[in-house]
Design a protein around this ligand. Structure first.
Ligand SMILES: [Zn+2]
Length: 293
């Protein structure tokens, strides 16, 4: 009798455990848009038809690359004189915004953008090794904001906006996506890299070389490809020497050494990335991308 009772409770436990897993699986199973088989939440490729079904594997890449990185954290920061930007209620200091300005307004380099790509995770997904990867080309792709989204018929920077990219010397507390939204004080801003560490130099600590340059068009356009090969080569070399991955990211600002009477253009940040749910159609990419080969 005792033996029977013991077996029964044991069986009962097992049944409960099985039920728990079935409920869990049902909660997370998402059908593939192509073959309709169920995949676990967060699956980038369908386990049956092997097609890319979710971000960041889908949509297909628009440039050639060995590894494409579409996730990371970022922040739009601005100087004290840029606090009030007409017609842009979404512009706060310490932006956790999906859209932000890059360029000049009151100060020449008043609107800056900090970006850090999640390079180790992308290498892991691509089954490539960071340690022995030799970079021959690195392209940073940024997307200019669709003007209908900011309620302005034609965003006009008055002149082309020359921009420069530098490697950051200190990590920052940015926002990865909508779910990771923090209080404003928990994030990076013009004065501090995170809630506890102030920048040595207001507006971000960075090294001046290597650097990269590009131009945002005065009006229109959809994407801008910036050749950041020198910066990424330098970063990979530094990391190979230290034998551990350490990458505070990059900072973008208007190039103050180029004479222009420009203002700024609005670009999309990581929060403009699509939701990670299975999709059959091709989406338009808006959030930043890094192509490495
Ligand atoms: Zn499938």
């Amino acid at each position: 009798m005792l033996k029977f009772l013991f077996a029964f409770t044991h069986l009962h436990r097992w049944l409960m455990l099985c039920l728990f897993f079935i409920v869990q699986m049902a909660a997370f199973a998402l059908p593939c848009p192509f073959c309709h088989s169920e995949n676990a939440e967060g699956a980038k490729l369908c386990r049956l038809c092997l097609r890319a079904i979710t971000w960041p594997a889908k949509p297909a890449r628009s440039h050639s690359a060995d590894v494409i990185i579409r996730t990371g954290s970022d922040a739009f920061i601005h100087g004290p004189d840029e606090a009030i930007l007409p017609m842009r209620p979404m512009c706060k200091n310490t932006s956790d915004n999906r859209i932000g300005p890059l360029g000049s307004f009151s100060a020449p380099t008043g609107f800056r953008y900090l970006i850090k790509f999640d390079i180790p995770a992308a290498f892991h997904d691509a089954r490539r090794h960071l340690e022995d990867f030799k970079i021959t080309r690195a392209i940073l792709v940024l997307h200019l904001v669709d003007e209908s989204e900011i309620g302005i018929a034609h965003e006009d920077a008055r002149d082309d906006v020359p921009i420069v990219v530098f490697p950051l010397a200190r990590p920052f507390a940015g926002v990865a996506d909508e779910l990771a939204r923090h209080r404003e004080t928990d994030l990076v801003n013009w004065y501090q890299a995170d809630p506890w560490i102030r920048w040595k130099h207001q507006g971000g600590d960075f090294v001046l070389e290597p650097s990269a340059r590009a131009v945002l068009p005065r009006r229109g356009g959809s994407e801008i490809a910036i050749d950041v090969t020198a910066i990424m080569k330098w970063r990979f070399d530094q990391n190979t020497k230290s034998a551990r991955w350490d990458d505070p990211g990059m900072i973008l600002m208007r190039d103050p050494n180029v004479e222009r009477h420009c203002q700024f253009r609005s670009i999309y940040g990581f929060q403009a990335a699509p939701d990670p749910i299975p999709i059959g159609s091709e989406l338009q990419i808006r959030s930043p991308e890094l192509y490495l080969e």
